[in-house]
Write a protein that binds this ligand. Structure first.
Ligand code: NAP
Length: 249
């Protein structure tokens, strides 16, 4: 049993895949969840599903890559909720390609969506957490940020940046009992990985690097994230929790 004392969480990228699984699991544990995604349809459907199942949720369409939009959304939310206790920075994209073919736009959009979004959301939402002397920030990194991955210079740099940000903020906020951790998924079956999972050659090559010899499920990541968000994880901070079938050990 994990304990959540009437907490409120904001999950970015909650419209699909890992973020959806995290939002639904937190809501099933009594947490009020603000579901953020780029399209109003995807976060709206997830929030409606949570509400229909008896949970508490609100949908908000925000382009997390746009700092001004994030600032405005956080301002609105903090007028409604005095504190958002749990922040899951999960929204992410890939724009893969070998370095010589990677455009500046591919670089910038992945850095802004995956990494700068964490800076913006944390800057606005962490202050009330520090005042409340309780908070949980979980950044969805990746094994690519730990090991590197050919073809993902932008993505692995963003994910490694999230790990550095996690460790620094863990130190900055520790005296206020706000913990900051990263989860580093391996290959998880979501829209992001469909083209690899459904390609027999690619999936054989990927699974050769996974000691557990299978792809992960979004629920595998949700369980680890919910644990880090719970009361029980209060003595864990600055860590990178790999959930990757053993890839990065
Ligand atoms: P996904 O199925 O592609 O879902 C991505 C979610 O992020 C969607 O809800 C999408 O919103 C949202 N998003 C993307 N860009 C956004 C933007 N600019 N503003 C707001 N929301 C935005 O991805 P996933 O596989 O669940 O991945 C979730 C996180 O885990 C990502 O950070 C990813 O890098 C990380 N991760 C995934 C894997 C994996 O194998 N799947 C492995 C390692 C790490 P819409 O629904 O509106 O499009």
């Amino acid at each position: 049993m994990l304990t959540f004392k009437n907490r409120t969480a904001l999950v970015t990228g909650a419209g699909r895949g890992i973020g959806k699984a995290v939002a639904e699991l937190l809501a099933a544990n009594g947490v009020t969840v603000i579901c953020v995604s780029k399209s109003a349809d995807s976060c709206g459907a997830v929030a409606a599903g949570i509400t229909a199942a008896g949970g508490k949720a609100k949908a908000m369409a925000v382009d997390v890559a746009n700092g001004a939009e994030v600032a405005k959304a956080c301002e609105q939310l903090l007028a409604e909720f005095p504190v958002i206790d749990i922040l899951v920075n999960n929204a992410g994209i890939t724009k893969d390609g070998l370095l010589f073919r990677m455009t500046e736009d591919d670089w910038n959009s992945v850095i802004q969506t995956n990494l700068s979004s964490c800076f913006h959301f944390t800057k606005y939402l962490a202050r009330p957490m520090t005042r409340a002397r309780w908070g949980r920030i979980i950044n969805m990194a990746s094994v690519s940020g730990i090991m590197g991955n050919a073809g993902q210079a932008n993505y692995s740099a963003a994910k490694a940046g999230m790990i550095g940000l996690t460790k620094t903020l863990a130190r900055e906020f520790a005296s206020r009992s706000v913990t900051v951790n990263a989860v580093a998924p391996g290959f998880i079956k979501t829209d992001m990985t469909t083209e690899f999972v459904n390609n027999p050659e690619a999936s054989t090559a990927i699974l050769a690097q996974v000691p557990l010899k299978r792809f992960g499920e979004a629920s595998d990541i949700a369980f680890a994230t919910a644990f880090l968000a719970s009361e029980e994880a209060g003595y864990i901070t600055g860590q990178v929790f790999a959930v990757d079938g053993g890839m990065a050990m």
